[in-house]
Design a protein around this ligand. Sequence first.
Ligand SMILES: NC(=O)C1=CN([C@@H]2O[C@H](COP(=O)(O)OP(=O)(O)OC[C@H]3O[C@@H](n4cnc5c(N)ncnc54)[C@H](OP(=O)(O)O)[C@@H]3O)[C@@H](O)[C@H]2O)[C@@H](O)CC1
Ligand SMILES: Nc1ncnc2c1ncn2[C@@H]1O[C@H](COP(=O)(O)OP(=O)(O)O)[C@@H](O)[C@H]1O
Ligand SMILES: [K+]
Length: 519
Amino acid sequence: MHIVTVAEMRELEAQADRQYGLSSPILMENAGKSAADIFMAHLLPHHSMNGLEVLFLIGPGNNGGDGLVMARHLQEAGAFINLYYWKEQRLRIRDKDIAEPEVAKTLDEAIKSADYIIDSLLGTGRSRPLSEDMRALLKRVQQERKSRAELRIVAIDLPTGLNADTGAVDPGALHADMTITLACPKQGFFFFPGRDYLGDVYIGDIGLPADLERDLPTEMLTTNLVHSLLPERRLNSNKGTFGKVMIFGGSLPYPGSIFLAGSAAARVGAGLITLAVTEQMLPIYASSLHEATFAILPDEQAGSFERAKALIAHLEGYRALLIGPGLGQSPTTREVILQVLEHLRALPEEKRPRLVVDADGLNNLSAMEHWWTLLPENTVITPHPGEMGRLAATKVSGGDISRLDLAREKAKEWKVILALKGACTIIAHPEGQARINLLANPALATAGTGDVLAGMVTGFLAQGVQPFDAASASVYLHVLASTFVSQELGHAGLLASDLLPQIPKAINRAAVNAPSYPD
Ligand SMILES: NC(=O)C1=CN([C@@H]2O[C@H](COP(=O)(O)OP(=O)(O)OC[C@H]3O[C@@H](n4cnc5c(N)ncnc54)[C@H](OP(=O)(O)O)[C@@H]3O)[C@@H](O)[C@H]2O)[C@@H](O)CC1
Ligand SMILES: Nc1ncnc2c1ncn2[C@@H]1O[C@H](COP(=O)(O)OP(=O)(O)O)[C@@H](O)[C@H]1O
Ligand SMILES: [K+]
């Protein structure tokens, strides 16, 4: 499912017309019909279409046109339809025009009695700040929603006042409970503050042929996409089939990180997990991660050469290496990283473990000149905004649109697969493609969840998944796993380790390729 800017959406529509004769009125019919279908499929459980009271706010452009088509379908299905034409200030209550002096009062009554209010005022064609009278109308609707929890606001294509390209919002923008977007999700949905205005997002099919979208550079992570990225689990397999993961990390102030990363790598299905730690750290892990094996490294005093040599000696036969969780930032550690990277760069592609760098791996890198020239090809890096800021020597936004250009630009400049973490994580490929996760869950904003993500990516790499795909699948499944935790705990109080048992369930949700047994 591709993400579009307004210009890309217009181009898609123009091509649909030119190449397939899908004119604007045809697309609008499809849009209104699919919006009606999605609406009816997601009514609140105590609602039925019969006698449902729906107020449509109709705008002057095609977004209003979509609303009118949708209204016709809902009316045919039994709903009572009220239409307010904003530009003309015309009100129709159940097919009757209201005389001018009564409009304001009757509109207010219609707002008060509506079960649903449909926002089809403005969509991708908004070209200037909302006018004061439109803001006043939306404010009235918002106020009603606040005072009546059962009222539902549904935005068609996008909530009026949201900038479809950037996610910026007009002060009058409406908070929807549900957004039914048409054809493709809009780029502004993935950035803040816009993301907070969408409610549940559904995508209406308007009949655009899929091949028109093929060359768009940005994709949304979906279950279907992730399904197609997951490694095969053949019946005739053994632990060697699913690859060995080495994790270099874990130092005294941060013992937990490598446990979380190692467990996550196993939870996505890697065959064997090895933790490269000093003997001093061993008792901590030996008693908590029974399934791991260990590469015992000499301690700091032994010097970087001895430590790097020991790690490199253990790397033979490993398909993926994660550097970073809880690693610390001593000068010796930095030296070890340099030597390991040099070793990896010298290996032929087929013998080289795929590399992921996270956390202190990234902090150590950012202290080195032109650090990106030290990485082997196809390296995945997974910075949070703070780490990204250090790597790029710039301030990085937590959620606004500037993240997308930055991620794209830096993935290209650094020749890495870059997962820029945050509420809607972006995965950028050096050749310009990007994938973005719409799923967000504030429960994940707690220490250690990044270690889990890095471990997942490494575990998928060990199973032969391509780096861009491994990062994409992990980002999606990581948030999906968190939503399973949140079903019980809500949106706070998650421990990073709570995610671990949910990871296989998230994978199972995405993988419809479970073996089928005879009855
Ligand atoms: N084209 C297609 O094939 C398909 C289109 N689709 C649908 O169409 C939508 C895009 O349609 P659109 O381009 O007509 O834009 P839309 O958002 O309705 O608004 C434009 C109107 O609003 C006005 N206006 C602008 N700013 C304003 C403001 N601040 N305050 C007040 N008025 C303002 C502007 O008039 P102006 O005054 O600038 O002349 C113009 O009249 C898209 O989101 C989707 O829902 C889908 O069905 C798929 C097929
Ligand atoms: N609101 C949110 N919605 C979705 N994911 C989030 C949210 N907040 C944090 N995350 C995710 O949680 C993880 C936090 O990682 P990070 O900041 O590196 O934590 P740590 O280093 O403590 O493990 C990242 O994968 C990030 O994308
Ligand atoms: K709208």
